[in-house]
Design a protein around this ligand. Sequence first.
Ligand SMILES: Nc1ncnc2c1ncn2[C@@H]1O[C@H](COP(=O)(O)OP(=O)(O)OP(=O)(O)O)[C@@H](O)[C@H]1O
Length: 357
Amino acid sequence: MARIDLSAIRHSYMPRPSVEADYALKQVDHSFLDGGAYALLGPSGCGKTTLLNIISGLLHPSEGRLLFDGRDVTDLTTQERNIAQVFQFPVVYDTMTVYENLAFPLRNRGVPRDEIDRQVRETLALTDLAAVAQRRARGLTADLKQKIALGRGLVRSDVNAILFDEPLTVIDPHMKWQLRSELRKLHRRFGFTMVYVTHDQTEALTFADTVVVMYEGEIVQIGTPDELFERPAHTFVGYFIGSPGMNLLPVEVEGVQARFGAHAIALPGAVRDVKGPAELGVRPEYVRLGAAGLPAQVRRVEDLGRRKVVWLLVEGQELAAVLGEDEGLPTEPRVTFAPEGINLYVASRRRALEAAA
Ligand SMILES: Nc1ncnc2c1ncn2[C@@H]1O[C@H](COP(=O)(O)OP(=O)(O)OP(=O)(O)O)[C@@H](O)[C@H]1O
């Protein structure tokens, strides 16, 4: 397995890109560490597949270099890069048995017969496919086929990385969970470098140690699931991760206060060089309802069993608050924000709040 470095990578599908908007992938400088489990998370069209295809070699980047363990592989083919890929729709040979499907990539590489048999048997056991080893792939369910595709990635123990592009799309919801936990187990046991593309936050947050969030062709944050939740670096991350996403209020910063309509909200610290328009970001989990604070109207309440989401209108702005199952809703609620849950954004980017000296 290898460390993958992306150095000043940019990509445009246009022959002669000139402005920033011509690039489907804006500048990317990032390292996928050897043995890491990464998710590339973002909405449709943000550039995830473009980035993955650049790593695999299906696409040559317009600019920049790609290194595997320090070696420049930018001009190498997919095969020369020795990468395994699992796509949205399983790529399997229908007329071959499951066993033959797994043996195929090894035969292609000239691995000796005995060694092929040993590795295929091990992979069949790992992926729980031993019982169907002699069945033809044709006629197997979509999730079994996807397991074969996965097995074909795992069978080559010498691959530099395994790349997954929305691999669970065609899988049954309950099988999704199972396959995802199997992938986690395999990762823990063998330490493959894995990059997993998805637009589904649950998939990303449960699969990966590190999540790379993309938006409009850019990486907007790289972090652990906790970091993305607690300290979204970009308003998009706040909005995209969490359910419901982060509340964003337009404010004017004046020293250690943020003015929101007719109200002044105390900031938990000062921001350097910020004066004027900004956004206050507060996750619904940090919105408190009580007798003091900003007057609010309750619009609707969603009862989700162990928690309730209360949708409020504050100064004409919609705001979500999350209450625990035992927490009551005051009749005329007023809103405050827990200081540890207050984030400030200028031009969509988070600005650090410094504790007063
Ligand atoms: N072959 C292509 N030619 C021209 N434009 C393309 C091509 N492939 C992708 N794009 C454009 O590049 C941008 C990024 O697409 P990409 O497929 O990388 O996004 P994505 O995040 O993987 O989305 P999805 O989840 O829908 O696949 C989009 O605007 C898309 O329309």
